[in-house]
Design a protein around this ligand. Structure first.
Ligand SMILES: Cc1cc2nc3c(=O)[nH]c(=O)nc-3n(C[C@H](O)[C@H](O)[C@H](O)COP(=O)(O)OP(=O)(O)OC[C@H]3O[C@@H](n4cnc5c(N)ncnc54)[C@H](O)[C@@H]3O)c2cc1C
Ligand code: SF4
Length: 501
């Protein structure tokens, strides 16, 4: 039977956290996922297969203002978390408030940090996040401690932490969703950030949300099921069916409630593609915000190189620096987050440093400690997902707040040189890297300026929720996945209590 109480489109963090909250309820729930389950195979940990051959990237073509590109998107059960770097940060209290930057204001959210605080705690538990509260100088208050201690630094990182402290900084253990510890299964395989975990020791949405949800008989998962559009009734207010391409065969699946969790860009695209006579600008879009305000953080990779020191660290992502998250003292504007990156290996440099001989790339990768400088991308109405006449996605990323980012990168370089690494190289990430995509279906208090209410229900429709990183009104300067999970759990609880009964 092709009819359900709830249909969830997408099995990433957003869809998975809603599904988990509905597990064991009376509702018959179907999760539609366009991709398959990711195969566990030797190539999972092979940098050539993952980075050079792009074995797991979607083959889809998107456009950036006319230029064709293959986006860094991964369509599998668990979504992008199959490849994520496991950094699981809470947004800070002030990230939920209006925050002035040199190039504009990061807008306030319709909910406060306190509204998400308990859900953050639950999400940390579910994902098995390792960390220690109170050491991050910008950390928000918490009512629950991490359930596992932080992952200890390896010797090279320990030495850097000491050097950072001698500069008067407060480096702290990066919260990470990796099953590491006395009884843990993580093997410190040296590949984690941007790789899938062959032994499922990474806390991703498949392992921590979808699989546990599926243990309840009321949750079904259909893979290779790509939703092409949503249909409404004649009033345009009620979504009646999802038109789904299942292994090449088109089906209509009906439901009482739809939760769209296809990721910020794909959810916006699906709403736009579902335009009909009653909703000529697309579903949930009487405000004309759907697809707009696309953000994905301003980020740069930094390689701190020492000509005589070999970096043999296996799991480097254990340390971050947030002393300047909100700027360099009173009256300053926010700068951002400095975090360790997964270990860069020679094949990963072939794109950026292809003109150099292999031995140069190998020497750099062997001698570098690799970092990630991240600062806030501000929403802009012309930063936008649109649909081309041929049906493909066009992404126009209107860059904002770049002066802040350049200032932050320069500051990070000075900090890293102070740790004893004389050469610090940097390269900004461009449009093709859509890892931290958000903002395209923003929530808010006003139907005129937002698509969703504070529980991510579409203002324009009685039975449509959009629950993925699209709901963010601002991007903050920390990684998004934990915030998607926290709001997903909040929305799932609301659905269970108030909607499906
Ligand atoms: C390499 C990489 C590293 C990252 N590292 C971190 C990190 O360390 N920390 C952090 O917080 N965040 C990180 N992120 C970002 C994080 O993974 C995302 O913020 C998060 O996964 C977003 O979850 P989501 O549910 O919004 O969307 P997604 O993960 O994109 O899930 C959407 C799901 O919907 C499916 N789907 C899409 N369209 C359709 C359709 N039409 N029909 C059916 N199904 C569909 C997709 O296949 C996917 O499974 C990283 C991302 C990448 C790519
Ligand atoms: S470092 Fe650990 S969790 Fe990450 S991919 Fe390797 S084994 Fe898996």
């Amino acid at each position: 039977m092709n009819s359900y109480d709830v249909v969830i489109i997408g099995s990433g963090v957003g869809g998975g956290s809603v599904a988990l909250q509905l597990a064991g309820s009376k509702a018959r729930v179907l999760i539609l996922e366009r991709g398959p389950a990711l195969p566990r195979e030797a190539q999972n940990w092979d940098p050539v297969a993952v980075f050079c051959e792009r074995r797991y990237h979607t083959q889809e073509t998107w456009y950036a203002d006319g230029r064709a590109f293959q986006p860094g998107m991964f369509y599998f059960v668990g979504g992008n978390t199959k490849f994520y770097g496991t950094a699981m940060f809470r947004f800070r209290e002030r990230d939920f408030e209006a925050l002035a930057h040199p190039e504009g204001v990061s807008p306030a959210w319709p909910i406060s940090y306190q509204d998400l605080e308990s859900w953050y705690g639950k999400a940390e538990q579910l994902f098995g996040v390792r960390g220690q509260g109170g050491l991050d100088p910008s950390d928000p208050p918490r009512t629950t401690e991490y359930s596992h201690p932080p992952i200890p630094h390896e010797p090279v990182i320990d030495a850097i932490a000491a050097k950072l402290q001698s500069q008067g900084l407060k480096p702290f253990p990066m919260p990470s969703a990796v099953d590491f510890g006395p009884q843990g299964t993580c093997q410190r395989c040296t590949n984690c950030d941007a790789f899938p975990c062959k032994i499922n020791a990474k806390g991703d949405a498949e392992m921590k949300l979808i699989e546990p949800a599926r243990r309840s008989s009321n949750i079904e998962l259909m893979t290779n099921a790509q939703v092409e559009s949503l249909e409404t009734d004649d009033t345009g207010r009620t979504v009646t069916a999802a038109v789904v391409n299942v292994n090449g065969v088109r089906q209509r699946i009906t439901a009482g409630t739809f939760v769209l969790s296809a990721g910020a860009i794909n959810s916006a695209a699906l709403l736009l593609r579902s335009a009909n006579a009653r909703n000529p600008r697309g579903l949930a879009n009487s405000s004309d915000v759907v697809g707009r305000n696309y953000m994905t953080h301003n980020t740069s990779a930094l390689m701190a190189v020492h000509p005589f020191k070999v970096n043999n660290t296996q799991f480097p992502k254990t340390l971050a620096v947030h002393d300047f998250y909100f700027g360099e003292g009173a009256g300053d504007t926010p700068l951002g987050s400095l975090q360790l990156l997964g270990k860069i290996k020679e094949p990963m440099l072939r794109g950026a440093l292809g003109a150099f001989p292999k031995f140069v790339r190998s020497a750099l990768a062997t001698h570098s400690v690799d970092w990630y400088a991240q600062s806030e991308d501000l929403p802009h109405p012309e930063s936008r997902v649109t649909i081309r006449p041929d049906g493909a996605i066009n992404l126009h990323w209107h860059r904002t707040n770049m002066q802040t980012h350049y200032r932050w990168v320069a500051k990070c370089k000075a900090i890293l040189r102070g740790t004893g690494y004389p050469l610090v190289l940097s390269a900004p990430f461009g449009t093709d890297v859509v890892s931290h995509q958000c903002g395209t279906v923003r929530f808010g208090n006003d139907p005129a300026t937002s698509a969703l209410d504070s529980y991510c229900k579409a203002w324009d429709h009685d039975n449509l929720f959009v629950m993925d990183s699209g709901f963010f009104p601002s991007s903050a300067a920390v990684n998004p996945a934990l915030t998607v999970a926290a709001q997903g759990l909040r929305v799932g609880a609301y659905l269970r209590e108030k909607v499906i009964q």
